[in-house]
Write a protein that binds this ligand. Sequence first.
Ligand code: NAP
Ligand code: GDD
Length: 326
Amino acid sequence: MTAKRALITGITGQDGSYLAEFLLSEGYEVFGLVRRSSTINYERIAHIQDDIHLISGDILDQTSLQKALITSRPEEVYNLAAQSFVQTSWQQAVFTGDVTAIGVTRLLDAIMTVNRDIRFYQASSSEMFGKVVESPQKETTPFYPRSPYGVAKVYGHWITVNYRESYNLHATSGILFNHESPRRGLEFVTRKVTYHAAKIKLGLANKLPLGNLDAKRDWGFAGDYVRAMWLMLQQDTPDDYVVSTGKTHTVQNLVECAFGCVGLNWQDYVYQDPNFMRPAEVDLLIGDSSKAKDQLGWEPQVQFEQLIEMMVEADLKLLQDAHNLP
Ligand code: NAP
Ligand code: GDD
């Protein structure tokens, strides 16, 4: 039997790297779309680079998407490419819309042109729930986005639903709550905190500026969440699914946990910096993923405390290696 083929946009990102690893372990031939930059940024996929195929392209460039589909001939396409940092979406609102919203339509149109049998996954987000109208949030909860990023993701979600209903595409939207890992970008709050806790412990820094400590998030492990993406595309019928842990913690809980891992009192180092406050905040996210549990058999394996400990340990090792510390 020939291997299944999958194309991942955003393969150089956190989720792209875990999904590529997972699909390889399932026997897939994996293709990844990578955009041109003056410096190569393949750190997250360096360890599997010989096992995957990278194709040059950009979610902003329609022709490159069509060519990528023609070259890779995938059965499954996972659209993870996005300007994914909420804070930046206020500084670059139009760009965020072009990449994170219209990019989805470009890819769906490319699928329509090249092969309508391709199964499509859209990386939707709990940011779409924004100023939440009910808790916990589930597939039927109305959206109320609070950032240009959240607005762009609402567009991406609905265009996916619309192409499914208009053209009968196997197009699925995974509404994923925050998920983290040692590969998380340094600008996101979990990694910023675990990295700084490790730095302070090793005597390489002595303070950590943060924004809103009261925001609550439903944080899970990225390795668990990419498995849910794949399970969604194995279903006979495309649909929408919430993926979450069902537990919520404040940013302060996160800080306490990370500094606790290295035996430090967070209050000696953390201070509030208005630069990290947002023009509009998402105060509370907590997801109900019972549909994913019932229909996909998916459940998270890694708990919040384990996740933060894993990230702190990885950051300690990273910094010790980089600075030649015992
Ligand atoms: P990430 O680490 O920021 O990765 C984003 C990826 O998109 C990178 O590979 C990036 O490439 C690529 N990309 C950006 N602009 C592009 C363009 N114009 N053309 C092609 N590729 C482009 O994000 P992530 O955490 O892995 O998240 C993956 C997806 O899930 C995103 O769509 C995100 O919005 C969504 N999501 C994430 C979470 C979460 O908690 N992580 C939750 C819900 C939804 P470069 O490396 O070249 O920048
Ligand atoms: N980044 C950051 N930096 N966030 C901070 C800081 C800080 O110094 N201080 C407090 N926060 C608060 C933010 O205001 C927000 O309420 C929360 O920490 C989480 O921020 P991020 O880690 O940047 O993630 P996010 O929730 O805005 O967005 C992430 O999750 C979404 C899913 O809900 C991203 O991965 C999005 O791409 C994803 O869709």
